[in-house]
Design a protein around this ligand. Sequence first.
Ligand code: ADP
Length: 484
Amino acid sequence: MTIRLKLTLWYSAVVSLTLIAFSFILYTFLSYSMVQEIDRELTGRAVGVARSIKVVGANWFRQQQIVLPDVDVFGYPNTYLQVVDPYGRLVAKSSNLSHQSLPLSEDTLKRGATGQSFYEWLQVGDQKIRTYNYPLVAEHRVVGLLQVGQPFSGIQAALNRLKWLLWLLSGLMILVAATIGWWLARAALRPVEEITKTAALIRQDLNLHQRIPHRGPNDELGRLSGTLNGMLDSLETAYRELEESHAAQRRFVADVSHELKTPLTTIRGNIDLIRKMGDEHPAIRQEALADIASEAQRMSRLVSDMLVLARADAGLTLILQPLPVAQIIEQVGRQAKILAGDVHFIMNIDECCDRAFIMADPDYVKQLVLILLDNAFKFTPPAGTVELAVTCSMDGVQVLVKDTGMGIEGSESAKIFERFYRSDKSRPVGGTGLGLSIAKWIAQQHGASITVESELQKGSVFKVTFSAVSEKHGQENERACSTI
Ligand code: ADP
């Protein structure tokens, strides 16, 4: 059963019940009021007649002891009056009864003898008559019974007509309500149909760009469309990221095989050379062995870099803890000194960093700074300068690696953070092209940003800004840096 049909049925059922209840209450109230009205009228008549009756003498064996008024004086065209003695014998009646009389049962006589007045329904032929039985009392004894009656059939017929009218109107209104309900349900559910259609289309074509159209107000269905569109946004993003990650994975595998092929070819060539000429030419053997050693070293660096990136791709998350910045950078600086060679290396750590902390993984932060320093030393000619500087302010902690080396072309600034990217000029210097990708990943893991500013032949500045300063130490940083 469709929701539309269910809604229509429910709606019709509620309308039907309401109408039936309304009709029933109206009919019952009206018929009750009619009977009440007649009863009031009958009582009035009976009291009027009873007041005019005079009883003569203390005993009442014969009716001559009761002086009756002319009941016709109280008669109305549709009101019957009748007086009977305690034995049920007719004493007087209104002329509109002509040769007929109001039926009198044993039961009515008995109840009348108790002195209590009461109402009764009588059936005379096809006529229904409402009667009021009023005992006539003299000297504390019931001396007769006055019956006042009024035909009810006319009212009954009108009530019957009303009943049929109510049935007919109710039926008609239920029909109208069902039609309106069917139409309303269709209008209300139309957006749901649109959502279903669009969802089916998306599933069929796998077209995640498509969105559910909704032009109506921001009601339940508007919110449903919004939520589904939001879900499609997330799905599209996730799908795109998945595709990008697949593409990156394929690129990575292709690059890795290419990068490994070069050193392997060199190693194999050198081994062949040693086999052929090594024994006779020890100098050539030494040279070939040196080449093999250097290529093997490059391969091992490549493999360890790839391992770090593979772990990063597998979703490795670093465990960060509050670390004193100055201390950790000093350690890296000390380790880096041996890589400097002929390059002049200086370290500059702001005083206000003495009490500054960052949320970091110590090993990875060291690796990040070492990658930047290693590059700076590599790409700076002898007698050039490399500076490792740290500044601390309320905005965060900045680690700067400045060099006076060959610099990077503007168009390459963004590319150098891609895997395996190496500028043509830097190729002779050597490297894997993975260092800065690792540095970028480490920075991201620390909630830090990494940027580069460079000028060809003048030098480069790599800047890492740590924004994640733990709350506990934030205030200390503030105090320390306010002295700048
Ligand atoms: P690698 O240094 O192993 O080649 P990186 O990913 O660390 O790989 O660097 C990528 C490229 O960025 C380098 O090949 C080089 O072209 C450029 N580069 C990085 N640091 C510097 C620098 N300090 N000066 C000039 N060029 C740089």
